[in-house]
Design a protein around this ligand. Structure first.
Ligand code: PGA
Length: 252
């Protein structure tokens, strides 16, 4: 089976006011003028989703960074997958390591959220990744494959599942694993997906995330079983993010 079409996704985290809409317009224009060999997604804060969806930027899909596991109800301050879908989003990130750390989200919580996303008909981007202590202890592969197994819903199908491997120590640090380390983890994740979904598991995008920028994108995105990127800091400015997207011009 051929590799899936790559996805370069931006995670704006808790950044961006209404004025940031100009970056989406600029990004859309850059892609319009120069093309993109991958799909492009931006996941802004909840407050910006509506504004950015209303831009109708035809080359830039808009998604969300999190959702509640329930479809509706008495959950003050929370947002459901159905609400996000209602705005025009197709993707929701679940289990980002900052949510796992800041909000104590376990694999069970992440799985419950992924179920909510997929039940709403949206694509779940399920994040996994080891801490530096786990890597130093030689536990990276175990931790990541366990997270993948424990976070994917029982009813998930290949059409609504994306995995993002983000080593916790690489996020926002400027540090990245070696290409060989990325290859080893992505291969292990692929094996779990094939074990779980059969040969269709080779069609699921496995994104790499953690300090991806224009200068390292080509090397990281060329690694076998890396089918795109989840990008934090370097997704905030259209020019920086387009630099990562255009790495796919050479990869195809
Ligand atoms: P970073 O963040 O690109 O700023 O390292 C990646 C992420 O957390 O998704």
């Amino acid at each position: 089976m051929t590799a899936p079409k790559a996805l370069v996704a931006g995670n704006w985290k808790m950044n961006g006011l209404k004025s940031a809409a100009a970056e989406i317009t600029k990004l859309n224009d850059l892609i319009d003028d120069n093309g993109a060999m991958c799909d492009v997604l931006i996941c802004p804060s909840f407050t910006l989703i509506s504004t950015l969806c209303d831009l109708n930027a035809d080359h830039v899909a808009i998604g969300a960074q999190d959702c509640h596991a329930n479809a509706s109800g008495a959950h003050t301050g929370d947002i459901s997958a159905a609400m996000i879908k209602d705005l025009g989003c197709g993707h929701i990130i679940v289990g980002h390591s900052e949510r796992r750390a800041d909000h104590g989200e376990s694999n069970d919580t992440v799985k419950a959220k992924a179920i909510a996303v997929q039940k709403s008909g949206l694509m779940a981007i399920i994040c996994v990744g080891e801490t530096i202590e786990e890597r130093k202890a030689g536990e990276a592969l175990n931790v990541v494959t366990n997270q993948v197994r424990a976070s994917i819903p029982g009813d998930a199908v290949i059409e609504n599942t994306i995995i993002a491997y983000e080593p916790v120590w690489a996020i926002g640090s400027g540090l990245t694993p070696t290409a060989a380390d990325v290859e080893e983890v992505h291969k292990a994740v692929r094996d779990v997906l094939i074990e779980r979904f059969g040969v269709g598991g080779s069609q699921i995008n496995i994104l790499y995330g953690g300090s991806v920028k224009a200068s390292n994108a080509h090397e990281l995105m060329s690694v076998p079983n890396v089918n795109g990127a989840l990008v934090g800091g370097a997704s905030l400015k259209a020019d920086d993010f387009y630099g990562i997207i255009s790495a796919y011009d050479q990869i195809g």
